[in-house]
Design a protein around this ligand. Structure first.
Ligand code: HEC
Ligand code: HEC
Length: 301
């Protein structure tokens, strides 16, 4: 706040408090004349009459107390323009204090879990639960509160991975994010007829009903073009996050129109990096939680 605004705010605040005091004083002096006390003043509504009585003393004192309180409050806390108050309280200071408290309370717990490997922590339900709470706050908006994902957002509870389900791979995914990119492919496979053929071939890879003749023609496109990223068998490549097309688990849908659209338009899916917003200790617990969804204690990896 500039100096001018500060003076302006102080002026308004002081004027208000003094105004209240003045109002109170004036009303106290307005004495009720003897003989008029308790007489009706002529206002009546719904059977309720206004009588001419002085303000009750407790009422007046209540206001005196609030005015005194305002004076003390404004001396201790910020309220008068740029004056910080003699206690030096700030809302950001209070927040920082709470953060420090939380850190000293949870810091040792995070540190202890951070020292243990993720597979070892599978036997620590409290650690998994902490990871679950972090997941609810940071990840459920995209992956769902049950982590089962949805169209475009992978299911994290199955054992099917775009990038891999090893603990360190999951940590990597959460820390640095991922970017799954498939360019539009129509041009490379002869336009719409090619798209129709290759889509039938993709259907055949997971044993879905398909047109065998078109699939046979599509296979040629697949092995020359798509195999570069999805591998010749169509099992995908975790190094670039290209999905396995043979397991009948679909990121963008398994209907023929979904597959044709995927080939026609391509896709760019982003998993945001969390290195800037979450400490490594928290990412460790998040990875543990994700890992626990498809691994039970002792199963190893
Ligand atoms: C803004 C949406 C969004 C948020 C928030 C988000 N994710 Fe993701 N996540 C995605 C998308 C989209 C993908 C798939 C990326 C791709 O297709 O290449 C993904 C992929 C993943 C994968 C890889 C799955 C695999 O099969 O390899 C993991 C693990 C994961 N997310 C965990 C998390 C965790 C843990 C959090 C919370 C810290 C989180 N995500 C927050 C959108 C999100
Ligand atoms: C440059 C590498 C690349 C090429 C070439 C490529 N793809 Fe992909 N494809 C990917 C990636 C990466 C994804 C995942 C995109 C995402 O994360 O959203 C994907 C996703 C898909 C999907 C969606 C799978 C699902 O689970 O929903 C289909 C279907 C698919 N590709 C088919 C094809 C076909 C058919 C071709 C050949 C015409 C092809 N792709 C060529 C990289 C590629």
């Amino acid at each position: 706040m500039t100096h001018g605004w500060s003076v302006y705010v102080i002026f308004i605040v002081v004027l208000n408090v003094l105004g209240c005091a003045w109002l109170l004083y004036v009303n106290r002096k307005a004495k009720v004349k003897p003989g008029e006390a308790g007489e009706p003043v002529g206002h009546e509504f719904d059977g309720i009459k206004e009588l001419n009585n002085p303000l009750p003393a407790w009422w007046t004192w209540l206001f005196v107390v609030t005015i005194i309180f305002a004076g003390i409050y404004l001396a201790l806390y910020p309220g008068l323009g740029n004056f910080a108050g003699s206690l030096g309280w700030t809302s950001s200071g209070q927040w920082e204090g709470q953060v420090t408290d939380a850190k000293s309370q949870y810091g040792p717990i995070y540190a202890r879990y951070f020292e243990q490997s993720i597979p070892d922590l599978l036997t620590e339900p409290a650690a998994i639960e902490m990871g679950g709470r972090l997941f609810a706050n940071n990840c459920s908006a995209c992956h769902g509160s049950d982590a089962r994902g949805g169209a475009g957002y992978p299911n994290l509870t199955d054992d099917d991975w775009l990038y891999g389900g090893a603990p360190e791979t999951i940590v990597q995914t959460i820390t640095h994010g991922r970017n799954g990119m498939m360019p539009p492919m129509g041009g490379a496979i002869g336009g719409e007829p090619g798209i129709k053929q290759v889509a039938q071939y993709v259907l055949s890879l997971s044993g879905r009903p398909h047109d065998a003749k078109l699939a046979e023609q599509g296979k040629v496109h697949f092995t020359t073009i798509c195999a570069a990223c999805h591998r010749p068998e169509g099992t995908g490549n975790q190094a670039i996050g290209s999905p396995n097309l043979t397991d009948d688990i679909w990121l963008h849908g398994g209907r023929v129109t979904d597959i044709e659209n995927q080939v026609r338009n391509g896709k760019n899916s982003k998993m945001p990096a969390h290195a800037e917003i979450l400490e490594p200790e928290k990412i460790h617990l998040l990875a543990l939680y994700v890992y626990s969804l498809s691994n039970s204690p002792g199963s190893g990896d």
